[in-house]
Design a protein around this ligand. Structure first.
Ligand code: SF4
Length: 233
């Protein structure tokens, strides 16, 4: 089996796994091409710059200092068995295992669900707008399958919505929130879109990016539907 391909590492974070001091491992490769992607250097499948065994040895030294290791990307589950096996090894060191995922690989998520303790799942747009945002027709359906699989585990998780004003209106955000509420989701995070790589044909204004966060009525409607809503600005 091919070993995992690691394209990045954050050695210490307090914001990527709820309530835990964590490291984040960024795996290369992603099946989507989101318009707002902040990690375009991680999208293509290629050899990673980091030696997985050296990273593992480094993690051994972090036992007792860190509490969790989060697998991110790209899309970590794209690496299938290689990432599942690596997660299992890291878990045996005593770390909680977190996963940031776009939900594109529900069957792999199911196989990972014994090992992974918490996920942050992206819900990127309404179903009809998913293809224009991510460049894939079936991504929304896969993400919903992943959501249902994780709901069945009973484990903790958060659904994240990044509010790119080019692809999400305030009404869309309400529609997504209603869908998540109906499906029984308890915790969501609404994230401000950050224009990392905008060109002249895709500019957004500060007001457009802030519109969801400045609308008290919208915030209250959404806040009232969930146990926890983080407005991540
Ligand atoms: S799923 Fe994440 S890594 Fe993949 S293209 Fe979208 S934003 Fe980038």
């Amino acid at each position: 089996m091919k070993e995992i391909q690691i394209g990045g590492l954050v050695s210490f974070t307090t914001i990527d796994y709820p309530g835990k001091l964590a490291a984040v491992i960024f795996l290369v490769g992603c099946p989507l091409r989101c318009a707002y992607c902040s990690n375009p250097h991680l999208l293509d499948v290629r050899d990673g710059e980091y030696d997985p065994e050296k990273v593992f040895d480094w993690l051994k030294e972090r036992v007792g200092k860190l509490e969790a290791v989060v697998f991110s990307g790209g899309e970590a589950l794209m690496q299938g068995d290689a990432v599942l096996e690596y997660m299992q090894r890291v878990k045996k060191l005593g770390f909680k295992i977190g996963l940031h995922t776009n939900g594109f690989y529900p069957e792999i998520l199911k196989r990972a669900s014994d090992t992974v303790d918490w996920i942050g799942l992206d819900y990127k747009a309404t179903r009809n707008k998913y293809p224009e945002l991510v460049g894939q027709n079936i991504a929304h359906d896969h993400m919903i399958k992943s959501l249902n699989i994780w709901l069945d585990t009973g484990k903790d998780f958060e659904v994240r919505i990044t509010c790119d004003p080019r692809h999400i209106t305030k009404l869309d955000l309400l529609e997504i929130a209603n869908d998540l509420h109906t499906r029984g989701v308890k915790k969501i995070a609404i994230q401000k879109y950050i224009p990392h790589f905008e060109d002249e044909t895709h500019t957004t204004t500060i007001n457009e990016r802030n519109q969801y966060f400045d609308d008290e009525n919208l915030r209250n409607q959404i806040n009232n539907s969930f146990e926890s809503v983080i407005w991540r600005e």
